[in-house]
Design a protein around this ligand. Structure first.
Ligand code: PLP
Length: 428
């Protein structure tokens, strides 16, 4: 009988490359062997040895109500009893799409997918079909899933495992994707003025979640919209992390801009696999069966995800937890910053709403280059120090911490006490 984390991970390594089903979960950047988990409840996850962790990983973003929230469990159980996939249009997908549309008015039409990756891939395809152009402008360090065109310069997903070039992605695919620095309106303007007539879409994480949490500077965001409009290109917001993370709806409503297309994922599925893309009706209606371009999915819009998503929206609408999530993130961000200062460590926290990132570098962190400069060794020791003390964050200096509804103020203070200990060790 296998009992320890080590033993389970060794078994996993005999099955999955690197022992994982997604490379972000490996400890490639921080060293050591990942614990192997068996369950989550509220704000906590438990490994196979029975150790409890306060969870700020939130499964890389999908969780906001914590693990196994009773309303979601009940919705999923009902869906399981009545059919998890029917292969037809269902009442649940109609209801869920209507709810999303009323929270995100730019979704004149939408399609569900089963991952954020598919949402991005389809949004790019439909944008290319609409404009008749091929080039996509994206930004260095933004991660948009693992479809070929977005795997150049792709932030957390690839950077954490040290890949600057992803083998197997044809060079000609990447030739049509220009990766420009985030928060650099000048480079964007110059590029768009010179060659904007080739650009189908500007694809952006409107608030970055993949080289830390990095909000857009106002001139940068304005330039995206102005230059795309001038060039006849579409703007695609990748809101896979941001939608329903900071407010009931998409972050576009907080930023004050309306993109042509939006990609959704993570949170909206209530913890069940999901993605979606939507936006302008004239663009979305290019999809088959109405138009000449194509996107599909056996499990797209399945009742399991739709009903979990509906239950999630019910709770978020009723409880409006966003103020409280932000207050906890502020306390954590301020407490961590003050403690790091006491130990004279180079340290910057970036925060937006209830999400923040910790960078072992003197700030500001406003570009991917800034985030890359953060000290890898200090981060690894910080990560392991927290892990030993029962605090779970992502094993990557590029990933965010997320506050979740079930985090208590005691959890927050316990986290700060653990971090204080770890900073003291780092300073020694
Ligand atoms: N877009 C963003 C901003 C993401 O952070 C991610 C995943 O981390 C994706 C797209 C891809 O989503 P998925 O992992 O569901 O394919």
């Amino acid at each position: 009988m296998c009992a320890t984390n080590e033993e389970w991970f060794t078994r996993a390594e005999r099955l999955f490359p690197g022992g994982v089903n997604s490379p972000a979960r490996a400890y490639a950047a921080v060293g050591g062997t990942p614990p192997v988990f068996v369950r989550g409840e509220g704000a906590y996850v438990y490994d196979v040895e029975g150790k409890r962790y306060i969870d700020y990983l939130a499964a890389y973003g999908p969780l906001i109500l914590g693990h196994a929230h009773p309303a979601i469990v009940s919705a999923i159980s009902r869906a399981a009893a009545e059919g998890t996939v029917l292969g037809t249009t269902t009442t649940y997908e109609v209801e869920f799409a209507e709810r999303l549309q009323s929270a995100i008015p730019s979704l004149e039409r939408l399609r569900f997918t089963t991952s954020g990756t598919e949402g991005v891939m389809s949004a790019i395809r439909v944008a290319r079909a609409f404009t008749g152009r091929t080039t996509i402008v994206k930004f260095s360090g933004c991660y948009h899933g693992h479809a070929d065109p977005v795997l150049g310069d792709a932030g957390s997903g690839t950077a954490t495992v040290g890949l600057s070039h992803v083998a197997g992605v044809p060079a000609e695919t990447l030739r049509d994707v220009w990766s420009l620095p985030y928060n650099d309106p000048e480079t964007l303007r110059t590029t768009m003025r010179k060659r904007g007539e080739r650009v189908a879409a500007v694809l952006v994480e409107p608030v970055v979640g993949n080289f830390g949490i990095v909000p857009p500077e106002p001139e940068f965001l304005r330039t995206i919209h102005e230059e795309a409009a001038r060039a006849g290109a579409l703007v695609i917001y990748d809101e896979v992390i941001t939608a329903f993370r900071f407010a009931y709806g998409a972050v576009q409503s907080l930023l004050g801009y309306t993109p042509d297309l939006t990609v959704l994922g993570k949170i909206i599925g209530g913890g069940v696999p999901i993605g979606a893309f939507g936006g302008r009706r004239d663009v979305l209606e290019l999809l088959a069966p109405l138009g000449p371009t194509f996107q599909a999915g056996t499990f797209a819009g399945n009742p399991l995800a739709m009903r979990a998503g509906l239950a999630l929206l019910d709770v978020l609408a009723k409880e409006n937890p966003y103020g409280e999530l932000e207050r906890k993130a502020i306390r954590l961000a301020e407490g961590l910053t003050a403690a790091a200062r006491r130990y004279r460590l180079p340290f910057t926290v970036n925060r937006f709403g209830g999400a923040f990132s910790t960078h072992f570098v003197d700030g500001p962190v406003r570009t991917y280059a800034d985030a890359r400069r953060a000290d890898d060794r200090l981060f690894s020791r910080f990560f392991h120090g927290l892990r030993e003390r029962g605090i779970l964050i992502a094993p990557s200096k590029y990933e965010a911490w997320f506050t979740m509804v079930p985090h208590t103020w005691d959890d927050v203070e316990a986290t700060l006490r653990a971090a204080e200990d770890v900073f003291a060790e780092l300073a020694r």
